[in-house]
Design a protein around this ligand. Structure first.
Ligand code: ZN
Ligand code: FE
Length: 253
């Protein structure tokens, strides 16, 4: 099984899973038709499934035209059935679906939107997280509460450490700057900085990242860290309070 990354729009990533054994082709969040379609034509692929993490147009933009052309079946969270274009199958929280040999778990993780989900392939240790978590950051809170987003980010943080995280955007560089401004003396972050700068200089995606990597470097995963707490003057606060303050600071960074 291979995960292909398809850069779309300004900084989005759509993904294409190719399961060569069972000949299944699954698209995750096709942001736009033309770029994804060109990718498929080049590789001579027909996507039989489309999975969406949430209803935002930069994640579902290709749904309708791809479905018309390839007769793909569209899956998304049941609560968002009126907001995901072309949806055929309504998934529930913690439901596992089987596509060929792939077992895909749906996990509800609200905050960015009320119906946001991530998809976890437990056997392959892969998570498609949309706009819940990014490398060195997390998504903006649009439809939910800080508390919901905090719990949603924790769901990703608590996956198996070796899990590869495929997120919806290349926001790593600006997230890096924010993490560096608060977690100045983090050695792992400094090492990661060198890698990220080299990748971006050559326009190489910084994605996927891993849960383990984020635990060492993403401040939204490190809410109990004394130095981070000190930097934002919240030494004795709850994790939720630390999370909320960091998220608000990032909104205005
Ligand atoms: Zn979004
Ligand atoms: Fe997005």
């Amino acid at each position: 099984m291979i995960v292909n990354l398809i850069p779309c729009l300004a900084d989005n990533y759509s993904y294409c899973i190719i399961d060569s054994v069972n000949k299944n082709v699954i698209l995750i969040d096709p942001a736009e038709f033309s770029v994804v379609d060109n990718f498929l034509k080049n590789k001579n692929l027909v996507p039989n499934y489309i999975l969406n993490t949430h209803h935002h147009s930069d994640h579902v933009g290709g749904n309708i035209l791809l479905k018309q052309k390839y007769n793909s079946s569209i899956l998304g969270f049941a609560a968002d059935k009126d907001r995901i274009p072309g949806i055929d199958t309504f998934l529930k929280d913690r439901e596992t679906i089987k596509i060929g040999n792939l077992e895909i778990e749906t996990h509800h993780a609200p905050g960015h939107t009320s119906g946001h989900v991530f998809y976890y392939l437990k056997n392959e240790k892969i998570a498609f997280v949309g706009d819940i978590v990014f490398s060195l950051g997390c998504g903006r809170v649009f439809e939910g509460t800080m508390e919901q987003m905090y719990h949603s980010v924790n769901k990703i943080k608590n996956l198996a450490p070796e899990t590869r995280i495929f997120c919806g955007h290349e926001y790593t560089k600006s997230n890096l700057n924010f993490c560096m401004s608060i977690d100045k003396n983090n050695k792992d972050l400094k090492i990661k900085e060198q890698i990220i700068l080299a990748q971006r200089k050559h326009n190489i995606p910084t994605i996927p990242t891993t849960v383990m990597d984020e635990q060492k470097t993403n401040i939204f995963f490190r809410l109990d860290d004394t130095k981070i707490r000190k930097a934002i003057s919240l030494e004795n606060a709850t994790e939720l309070e630390v999370f909320s303050k960091l998220r608000k600071l990032k909104d205005n960074f």
